[in-house]
Design a protein around this ligand. Structure first.
Ligand code: PHE
Length: 368
């Protein structure tokens, strides 16, 4: 379309050049006059300044090249002047602002409702877990973690469950397949409790130790109202000189009061864990009936909440293989482990553990 409008130039005298450029400038001004909208401005730019097909490009390739050497300078000066004029016209047209149509397309209807961004919130299990951890953090405990895929050695052997020991049957275990060729102690499994991190911690640092370890654990248990094959625990370990069962009682009594309210009482009921001696189950006075006896506490007035005990010397002996300072003649300690779901169910009156995992917003929204 453009080539047609650039006539051949035969006369290269100054006046002929003036005339030719004046007529070009006039048509550029005419074209730029009623430009409206981005598209029209762009079309103008392409028509006049386009690198390949633009009119100015044509002028340059036809006139400048055909010009006799003595006319080239006069032509070049006029060419540059025209180019500046066209560029000015383009700038003006572009700066004139968007057209009505493009304004309309971009317009914001301030009467429409905005896009609502939902606030995230902690899952009730995460919240309970953090709450437990902060109770102990306030007592000077640090926080640790360990792997969820654990070896038989850490999960069982060094926690004083020897191979083949019947105590292993109390934690029905999910094991990683095809490891029969490995020595038993190296075989991988999904940790059944957070206790292996007790040993991992002691191997890393000499006493004193005060640490809590939150984390996910797995057991090959059928799901029912109170059991899930995946759940969470918070482990605790305190090792120092002269740590006694009274320290354990005082610490856990304080923790239960911090979690469930200062009216709660605790009692320590004899129990068994291979890695603690003596061992106890901690019971709290029923938070539903205040200890009078109800359906929730099976009329006993007490609810069993966690396991604990004094660290067994056999466990210290395993730790001492890497850190000799864990000499049971010089130090002592206590450990405890609690189920986060169980505590969350108690605190919030949830009767089905599965509700925590179902992802039903009607349930979860109650905790926001
Ligand atoms: N690891 C035990 C369990 O999962 C709980 C526990 C931890 C008991 C520490 C005593 C000391 O059942």
């Amino acid at each position: 379309m453009t080539n047609v409008s650039i006539p051949e130039l035969a006369d290269f005298t100054e006046s002929a050049l003036d005339k030719a450029f004046a007529s070009l400038e006039a048509s550029a001004r005419e074209a730029a006059a009623g430009l409206s909208g981005d598209e029209a401005v762009e079309a103008f730019r392409l028509e006049w300044l386009g690198r390949k097909q633009g009119r100015l490009n044509d002028v340059s390739s036809r006139w400048l090249k055909a010009a006799p050497p003595e006319a080239k300078k006069a032509l070049g000066v006029r060419f540059n002047a025209l180019k500046a004029v066209v560029e000015g016209l383009l700038e003006q047209a572009a700066g004139a602002g968007p057209s009505d149509a493009s304004l309309k397309a971009e317009a914001i209807d301030v009467t429409l409702p905005g896009t609502r961004r939902l606030l995230g919130a902690e899952h009730p299990i995460t919240r309970t877990l953090n709450e437990i951890v902060s109770v102990f953090a306030a007592l000077g405990y640090s926080v640790g973690v360990g792997p969820e895929v654990e070896t038989d050695y850490y999960n069982f052997e060094c926690m004083n469950f020897p191979p083949g020991h019947p105590a292993r049957d109390t934690q029905d275990t999910l094991v990683v397949a095809n490891q029969e060729r490995r020595p038993l102690r190296d075989r991988l499994l999904l940790r059944t409790h957070t206790s292996p991190v007790q040993m991992r911690t002691m191997e890393q640092q000499p006493p004193p130790v005060r640490i809590v370890i939150p984390g996910k654990v797995h057991r090959n248990d059928a799901a029912d109202a109170t059991h899930s094959p995946i759940f969470h625990q918070v482990e605790g370990l305190c090792v120092d000189t002269n740590i006694t069962f009274s320290d354990l009682k005082g610490t856990l009594d304080h923790a239960m009061k911090a979690l469930f309210g200062s009216a709660v009482k605790t009692r320590f009921f004899p129990s068994f864990f291979p890695f603690t001696e003596p061992s106890a189950d901690v019971q709290i006075s029923c938070i539903f009936c205040g200890g009078k006896g109800c359906r929730k506490c099976k009329n006993s007035g007490w609810i069993e909440l966690l396991g604990c005990g004094m660290v067994d010397p056999a466990v210290f002996a395993f730790a001492a293989q890497k850190q000799p300072a864990y000499d049971p003649k010089k130090i002592s300690g206590f450990a405890f482990g609690m189920g986060v779901e169980r505590i969350a169910m108690m605190k919030y009156g949830v009767s089905e553990i599965g509700q925590f995992y179902a992802g039903d917003m009607r349930f979860l929204n109650q905790f926001v």
